[in-house]
Design a protein around this ligand. Structure first.
Ligand code: AMP
Length: 615
């Protein structure tokens, strides 16, 4: 693989990239940087969010900017203010050691006078939203006569948002000699029209297959009745104590409602949508980036400018209307080499929307049962034990108190002590999920087994046993990653997955049965410190189409239970009511997805007790 240096970047830029921790170019950068450095031909790039496209277009432009001239030489158009700010910030970072190169982000909802003042000082690179850019051109403060590069970033999204007229106006007022770089994740007719109209024989590059989803993302779906949609969401959060997720909603109203409910029920969540003021949006995004928020409920557009690499889950509270939007959403996880899970919560009627998405992303959704109360309690308990294991003991501070503590606990043996400490922490969760109903749409799950499940549960699949399970921190995404790591065969089809406590099952294409066994054997696979052993096992005969769960054991609750209430009413209010913000700058969560009222320092230390509110 070529290095950034081999692509032709100068020492000052290379130094900035090293500071940022960029070691090697991403595929889109490998193609775009030398192309734009060496040619004035227009460029059309298929590139999704998270592929490194910002550096792909900005680095070769930065290299060629004439820092002795104050004229605006490059204009980068982006659909949202957040993305524009992000791009300008990246460019500032890339030009840290390049004297005299200035960049500005211009966007609506913010003082135009400030932007005009800065522009008048002379800025070579302008990053703008289409509306504000047109405004500044009309006011004759933004002079496009010296423009050499126009970048249309997320062109599909700009057109989706109705910026066609603005794009036309901007493109028409730039010199014919400019180079146009168009980056888009999808190429619907409107984008192709722009390309045809304003670009001359563009070179096409792609960061991978068009619309192909990242290999690092596994896609799951849960079938629920409409009234259980929100409760399913809560269970997904509860079964994943370390969740760091964006929940996508279709409208601002839906977004606010889901966020309000989650906050009411004690989750560390907030909302992000266009009805919030810019200051509110900035504040929420900052908290989410710093991981002071675990769950962000957002509309597609508002989440655009958010650059976060390590989301564990993307959750589609409702599927988007446009298939491409699913791709955008799920592409927010599984980035930077990490694995991620994209979840769709669907009703029986919405299930038909999955197949076109599967065709678009080139991957299958795995049908997954909604976790039972028992599974949730187990995961939360294991998390608690991990925390006990990892906690640092402050010997000096604690030593003065120990004698009286030992005295009080005298007579209790180890086993009883463990039980009591765990119960102290855990009783409210147990109570909350006691008699929790099965939320799976049972009729649907059955039909699922008859149709979708059957496709995989057929004679073409072999079922394998693997000696690792939930206790080894295995989940469907990690198992898929593990299977892919063995390079058994290209695009091998994976069928049902069933994760149990200490072992699991998965199905793979029967044609690769021997290769599967030998790959695992020969690679001497290790997972979380355990030597992995894979064996062929008998096919499961149950009618369930689900996977990732624990077999028939799940079906023991009836489905007539009403919806789950707020945690306040169930747990007596202890867990749910805290609205404290973590201010200690730590990036790790305090454990459960729910905020805990007792997470405040008992010594009244530095943790904020400020009430939550829009600021
Ligand atoms: P983008 O697609 O431009 O939004 O970039 C997605 C993320 O990848 C951002 O957090 C970038 O900082 C990061 N990134 C881009 N290029 C590289 C690279 N070559 N090496 C490491 N990280 C990168």
């Amino acid at each position: 693989m070529s290095t950034f240096k081999e692509l032709g970047l100068s020492q000052n830029v290379l130094k900035a990239l090293t500071d940022l921790g960029y070691e090697n170019p991403t595929p889109i950068q490998l193609q775009s940087i030398p192309q734009v450095l060496s040619s004035k031909v227009d460029l059309k790039a298929f590139a999704q969010t998270g592929t490194g496209k910002t550096a792909a277009f900005s680095l070769p432009i930065i290299e060629q900017i004439d820092s002795n001239s104050k004229n605006t030489q490059a204009i980068i158009l982006s659909p949202t203010r957040e993305l524009a700010v992000q791009i300008a910030k990246n460019i500032e970072e890339f030009t840290k050691y390049c004297d005299g190169v200035n960049v500005i982000a211009v966007y609506g909802g913010s003082s135009i006078e400030d932007q005009i003042r800065k522009l008048k000082k002379g800025v070579q690179i302008v990053v703008g939203t289409p509306g504000r850019t047109v405004d500044l051109i009309k006011r004759r403060v933004l002079d496009l006569n010296s423009i050499q590069w126009v970048v249309l970033d997320e062109a599909d999204e700009m057109l989706n948002m109705g910026f066609k007229d603005e794009l036309d106006a901007i493109l028409e007022s730039t010199p014919a000699t400019k180079q146009t770089l168009l980056f888009s994740a999808t190429f619907p007719r409107e984008v192709e029209d722009i390309a045809r109209h304003y670009m001359t024989k563009p070179v096409e590059i792609t960061s991978g297959e068009k619309n192909k989803s990242s290999d690092q993302v596994s896609h799951q779906y849960y079938v629920v009745s409409e009234r259980n949609r929100y409760n399913a969401l809560k269970r997904i959060a509860d079964v994943n104590p370390d969740i760091y997720s964006i929940i996508f909603c279709r409208t601002r109203r839906e977004t606010q409602e889901v966020a309000d409910n989650l906050i009411r029920d004690g989750y560390n969540a907030d909302s992000l949508h266009g009805d919030l003021s810019q200051a509110q949006r900035d504040s929420v995004m900052e908290k989410f980036r710093k991981k002071h928020l675990q769950i962000l409920v957002a509309t597609d557009v508002a989440a655009r400018g958010l650059d976060v690499n390590d989301l564990t889950h993307v959750i589609n509270h409702k599927l988007p209307d446009q298939i491409e939007s699913y791709n955008h959403r799920s592409g927010r996880t599984g980035r930077a080499g990490k694995e991620g899970i994209s979840i769709a919560i669907v009703t029986a009627r919405e299930k038909g929307k999955l197949s076109p998405i599967e065709r678009n992303i080139g991957k299958k959704f795995i049908s997954t049962p909604i976790p039972t109360g028992k599974e949730i309690c187990q995961n939360q308990l294991l998390k608690l034990i991990d925390k006990v294991h990892d906690i640092k003991i402050n010997e000096t501070e604690i030593s003065d108190f120990l004698p009286s503590i030992y005295e009080k606990l005298e007579g209790m043996d180890r086993e009883e002590l463990i039980k009591r400490f765990v119960s102290l922490e855990f009783n409210s969760f147990l109570t909350y999920y006691e008699n929790a109903p099965d939320l799976n749409d049972s009729e649907q799950m059955k039909r699922s087994a008859d149709t979708r499940g059957k496709r995989r549960d057929d004679e073409n699949m072999t079922r394998f046993f693997i000696n690792i399970g939930r206790k080894d921190k295995l989940n469907p995404a990690r198992l898929i990653g593990l299977i892919n790591d063995q390079s058994i065969a290209k695009n091998i089809e994976i069928g049902q997955i069933e994760i149990l406590d200490t072992f699991s099952f998965f199905e793979l294409d029967k044609n690769y049965q021997e290769e599967t066994l030998s790959s695992f054997q020969n690679n001497d696979v290790d997972f979380e410190g355990r030597n992995v052993n894979v064996e062929i096992t008998e096919k499961k005969r149950s009618g369930r189409g689900g996977s990732g769960g624990s077999g028939g054991r799940r079906r023991d609750r009836d489905d007539k239970g009403s919806s789950e209430g707020s945690s306040r009413s169930r747990s007596g209010g202890g867990r749910a009511r805290s609205k404290d913000r973590k201010t200690s700058g730590g990036s790790d969560f305090s454990g459960f997805g729910r905020k805990r009222s007792d997470s405040k320092s008992p010594f009244g230390g530095n943790k904020s007790t400020k009430r939550r509110g829009r600021d």
